[in-house]
Design a protein around this ligand. Structure first.
Ligand code: URA
Length: 236
């Protein structure tokens, strides 16, 4: 990780304060003074600030049940940020691994470990996400086959990756996709002449939503490890 991030993760300093300390020559990495904030460091390096050894805080992995009318950015905008629901220290260091639209509810994974979230959001990792979708019209019989083959979304060059559609009721389906293009689910149903009226994410990889709306919990070690070393596919 970058040196400025490491200093933030191991102290109570803000990014601006950490930058000032580094550029002032207060930080030593393996016996060299390092003034470049972008220097890549590893937790095995010996890093000190004004002579005090720094140890990075352990990474955090959180599951949250996102309420409707919240957004996945770290600050409030047109809607309040979902980070208002997560009462942990240094929440500014956290990010969402796979954003949802403001009106979408359900499972969100939140972390400060960018290498871990890469396994969830990178298209070539093909991490499965399951959505419960409410539709404006009854689902047509041919949609499951169309989604299994891939559909053309407006403005995209390639078909969507094969997706699995299960019908719950004529106007409610479960959709499993392995990519996360902008408004993907809504655009997939628009591409087959339907319209999404409610959208709720139930599962990411092996992790299922199991807390009430607005609540969160830390992931277990086995849940965290379930995303590590997901084989990367050559097809995108
Ligand atoms: N697809 C969408 O259209 N919206 C979401 O929030 C998630 C997936």
């Amino acid at each position: 990780m970058r040196l400025d991030k490491f200093v933030c993760k191991s102290t109570a300093l803000t990014r601006i304060q950490a930058t000032a300390m580094i550029t002032d020559g207060c930080v030593v990495v393996n016996s060299d003074v390092v003034c470049d904030v972008a220097t890549q460091v590893h937790e095995d390096n010996h890093i000190s600030l004004n002579g005090e050894t720094l140890t990075a805080r352990a990474s955090r992995y959180i599951l949250l049940h996102k309420p409707a009318d919240t957004i996945c950015s770290n600050i409030d905008e047109a809607y309040p940020s979902l980070f208002n629901y997560i009462d942990v220290e240094n929440a500014a260091e956290l990010h969402v691994a796979g954003r949802l639209d403001a009106d979408t509810t359900g499972l969100v994974l939140v972390t400060d470990d960018g290498r871990w979230s890469f396994n969830i959001i990178t298209p070539t990792k093909h991490c499965q996400k399951v959505y419960r979708v409410g539709l404006s019209r009854p689902i047509s019989d041919d949609v499951a086959a169309k989604f299994a083959h891939g559909v053309q979304l407006q403005g995209e060059q390639q078909l969507t990756r094969p997706a699995i559609l299960e019908t719950v009721t004529p106007k409610e389906v479960l959709l499993t996709i392995t990519e996360g293009k902008f408004h993907q689910v809504k655009r997939m149903f628009a591409a087959v002449g339907n319209r999404v009226v409610s959208l709720h994410r139930e599962q990411i990889g092996a992790i299922q939503l199991d807390v009430e709306v607005g609540l969160w919990r830390y992931l277990t070690d086995s849940e965290v490890n379930s995303f590590i070393n997901i084989a990367e596919s050559k097809t995108s």
